[in-house]
Design a protein around this ligand. Structure first.
Ligand code: XUL
Ligand code: CO
Length: 491
């Protein structure tokens, strides 16, 4: 056995201090062990457990492996639609969807909000910044993924390992946790979808990381990215993400925007150079988001990211990791953001979540809306499916949903919603009515003057002559209502 749960005494059945003095985790607050939680004693028989678990060290002793039971099942801890090995459109569901668990939400989010501290009950977590606690958390996460049947996970460096007093100490702690992650990956077959560095929680990054006005902070960020890339590479990560948490500004009164953008590009070019140096072949992603925590973030949406990448000669090295709640914060639909990326051959991966229109900030909720998952899967299928990317649940339980089992309910719902979205999207594509309508809508460009426009064979004078000879063009209806009704045929 590689790890032990803490003794009851060490687990301290009181609330932990709400805020850490130093070395904050990705989401700023310490995990709180709820004072009234009781550890269930019911457990699985040892024979049913995967080899890395014993009945002594389960994090989720009440929960067995989640099974597919079909749409008629009334068991909330079963899949109604996600059937990993079922083939849809020539490929297994698990290979289409490539689900990932976000370590920062599943394992580190205390479920605090601006008006109250964490509520999450995580009995395996003693709330300390010790390496031992971080290592124990690894096994809880892999047990969770194994019981859920999710093949991938994603992390920030500071989610998996604590930030300590110096970079050297933090790096040593990171290596010690990476040892455990490597063992757990080997024992379970789970894989790292992408890694990233948390360049936004620590106070040093309060004015940005790659865009900080302070060169020492830039250097620290670069060193942190270097180490996070090393560990991602060591763990066979299929990608590495850059989300510009504070790469933006709070006010233009103190900001040299051009200089900051140049610096951000320098950081990314250094990452490209280092990637080549260490032979890391995973895909680099940029994740757009318009604001929060900063007032304006430079990577505000897909179009802004693509413009930045083109301007600084980085297009060949990056794709986009697009998140639903970020799309809506930018005033776009998720489908819009995906289409902008696909048009530039730059859609890489998806952070699967949803927002709340009535709240208006980044609520990171689990997606359950089948229209949304259908639209996402339509675009993913249209580009030929994920290669390195997948559907990473960058989503958290609500503050009210504080029990460990809520992590299962949340992910099961998201997985089922995407399974249905996949099936509906596949049916829409196989049926072909939308594609046929859109094709016919542009038919005037297939022949005659339209074909000449597309081929660049005519200019203003030829087109003026065309109008003088042919008069007013005949327009067809856009049939929006008919098409919106058609979507419901497939649900
Ligand atoms: C924050 C967010 C991040 C990135 C990774 O809104 O989405 O968790 O996905 O840094
Ligand atoms: Co995200």
């Amino acid at each position: 056995m590689t790890h032990q749960w803490p003794s009851l005494k060490a687990m301290s059945f009181g609330l932990h201090p709400a805020f850490r003095l130093r070395g904050p985790s990705t989401f700023t607050q310490n995990p709180s062990v709820h004072p009234c939680h009781s550890r269930c004693t019911r457990s699985l028989s040892a024979s049913l457990l995967p080899p890395y678990l014993t009945t002594m060290n389960e994090a989720f002793p009440d929960i067995q492996k989640i099974q597919f039971e079909g749409p008629k099942s009334r068991n909330p801890l079963a899949f109604k639609h996600y059937n990993a090995d079922e083939v849809v459109g020539g490929k297994k569901m698990r290979d289409h969807l490539r689900f990932g668990v976000a370590y920062w939400h599943a394992m580190r989010n205390t479920l605090s909000d601006p008006f109250g501290g964490g509520t999450a009950q995580r009995p395996w977590d003693d709330g300390s910044s010790s390496v031992e606690n971080a290592q124990r958390r690894v096994w809880a996460c892999f047990e969770f993924m194994d019981k859920l049947g999710v093949d991938y996970y994603c992390w920030h460096d500071r989610d998996v390992a604590p930030e300590l007093d110096t970079l050297a100490e933090s790096n040593r702690a990171f290596d010690a946790v990476a040892d455990e992650l490597e063992k757990a990956q080997q024992q379970t077959g789970k894989k790292l979808l992408w890694g990233t560095a948390c360049l936004f929680s620590h106070a040093r990054y309060c004015q940005g990381a790659g865009t900080s006005p302070n060169a020492g902070v830039f250097a620290y960020a670069a060193a942190q990215v270097k180490k996070a890339m090393d560990v991602t590479h060591r763990l066979g990560g299929e990608g590495y993400t850059f989300w510009g948490g504070r790469e933006g500004y709070a006010t233009l009164w103190n900001t040299n925007m051009k200089r900051e953008l140049d610096h951000l590009a320098r950081l990314l070019h250094m990452a490209v150079d280092y990637k080549q140096k260490i032979g890391f072949t995973g895909q680099f992603y940029i994740e757009p988001k318009p604001r929060e925590p900063s007032t304006h973030q430079y990577d505000s949406d897909s179009a802004a990211c693509l413009n930045f990448l083109r301007e600084y000669g980085l297009m060949d090295h990056f794709k986009l990791n697009i998140e639903t709640n970020h799309a809506t914060l930018a005033g776009h639909t998720m489908r819009h953001e995906l289409q902008v990326a696909i048009a530039a051959n730059a859609l890489g991966s998806v952070d699967a979540n949803t927002g709340d229109e009535l709240i208006g900030w980044d609520t990171d909720q689990f997606p359950t809306d089948i229209y949304l998952t259908t639209e996402i899967m339509l675009e993913v299928l249209r580009m030929g499916g994920f290669t390195t990317g997948g559907l990473n649940f960058d989503a958290k339980c609500r503050r009210e949903s504080f029990e460990p089992v809520d992590l299962f309910h949340a992910h099961i719902g998201g997985m089922d919603a995407f399974a249905r979205g996949l099936k509906v999207a596949n049916a829409i594509i196989e049926d072909g009515r939308f594609a046929a309508f859109i094709k016919s809508r542009y038919a005037s460009f297939d022949t005659g003057i339209g074909a000449k426009i597309e081929k660049g064979e005519v200019g203003f004078e030829e087109l003026e002559a065309h109008v003088l000879a042919n008069g007013e063009p005949l327009l067809a209806s856009g049939r929006q209502e008919m098409l919106e009704n058609l979507v419901n045929d497939y649900l």
